[in-house]
Design a protein. Structure first.
Ligand SMILES: NC(=O)c1ccc[n+]([C@@H]2O[C@H](COP(=O)([O-])OP(=O)(O)OC[C@H]3O[C@@H](n4cnc5c(N)ncnc54)[C@H](O)[C@@H]3O)[C@@H](O)[C@H]2O)c1
Length: 275
């Protein structure tokens, strides 16, 4: 058994949604354990910002590629590029998702189930599920093919195990049928990601590819005060998460420390889903 169970020295991790808030944190977790982080995102601005910040903070070289997870040929192209420019990808973190901020001060106003637009359904499922499917197909097949195995981590949510509490998003002076809600697609994508996790955990087990999910609870990012004070009453630990509090879980899930964990959903939500 290796001396440092959490070491990622010699391992390369591809992180979708690497230009976003948690994408940065996942990459920092990889780099801190001695691994190589490859940031992938459709948003070039976010990608560059995270890339530059992580290189500056860690003093370690970080890689980035612009990639739309919904475009199968682009995923194949970027995967081949990484293979030839950096080498084998040992870890895939399916983290990209559309993350509508219902809890922002102005909320969403077009997300109610009664008239939820089919275009938005397609868009959200394309990124959250189709994207995770394409990336797992392309990167996972390579991991399985050469006998070296690998790790796939799917980023779900506490809303992969509980329903959204729509009371949290209510706004004064709005009629009941105009109240903002967490969209249906968020629940469907996140529950679907758990299905994908179980499927993949058993699909390539003989080739040494493990697959687990991480279900983070809400991260505090300046959401409106009423929302936050109502939400924290539902969380046994009495607060929202800090953005960097999932780094330990990523280090665990990506390393030998979790080598007997497969098909699990690590729910890290301050206990919200237990109450
Ligand atoms: N922030 C939270 O409180 C929270 C809580 C639970 C779960 N999560 C989950 O964690 C993950 C990251 O969330 P976040 O808060 O960092 O969100 P974020 O919006 O900051 O990051 C998501 C990233 O995905 C990228 N993306 C969107 N469409 C894409 C596409 N087609 N191809 C490639 N990249 C694309 C976006 O550009 C963005 O950079 C998501 O899966 C989210 O559902 C977040």
């Amino acid at each position: 058994m290796s001396k440092d169970l959490f070491s990622l020295v010699g391992k390369t991790a591809a992180i979708t949604g690497g230009g976003g808030m948690l994408g940065y944190q996942h990459a920092a977790a990889i780099v801190n354990q001695g691994g190589t982080a490859v940031l992938l995102d459709i948003d070039e601005g976010g990608l560059k910002a995270n890339h530059d910040m992580l290189q500056k903070d860690s003093g370690i070289s970080v890689h980035r590629y612009t990639m739309d997870v919904t475009d199968a040929s682009e995923v194949r192209h970027v995967s081949a590029q990484i293979q030839s420019e950096i080498g084998r990808v040992d870890i895939l973190i399916n983290n990209a998702a559309r993350n509508p901020k219902v809890e922002a001060a102005d909320g969403l106003d077009s997300s109610r189930f009664e008239y939820f637009p089919v275009d938005q359904w397609d868009l959200d499922l394309n990124v959250g599920l189709r994207g995770a499917f394409f990336c797992s197909q392309v990167f996972g097949s390579s991991m399985a093919a050469d006998g070296e195995g690998g790790i796939i981590i799917n980023i779900a949510s506490d809303l992969a195990v509980i329903a959204p509490d729509q009371r949290l998003y209510r706004q004064p002076n709005k009629a009941p049928d105009e109240q903002p809600v967490k969209p249906i697609t968020y629940s469907v994508v996140k529950h679907g990601i758990i299905g994908l996790t179980k499927y993949l955990a058993t699909y390539w087990c003989e080739q040494g590819v493990r697959c687990n999910a991480l279900s983070p609870g809400g991260v505090y990012a300046g959401q409106n005060e009423v929302f936050v004070s109502n939400l924290v009453k539902l969380i046994p630990l009495g607060r929202m998460a800090k953005a960097d509090e999932y780094r330990g879980a990523i280090a665990f899930l990506c390393s030998d420390a979790s080598r007997y964990l497969n098909g699990a959903n690590l729910v890290m939500d301050g206990g919200r889903s237990v109450w």
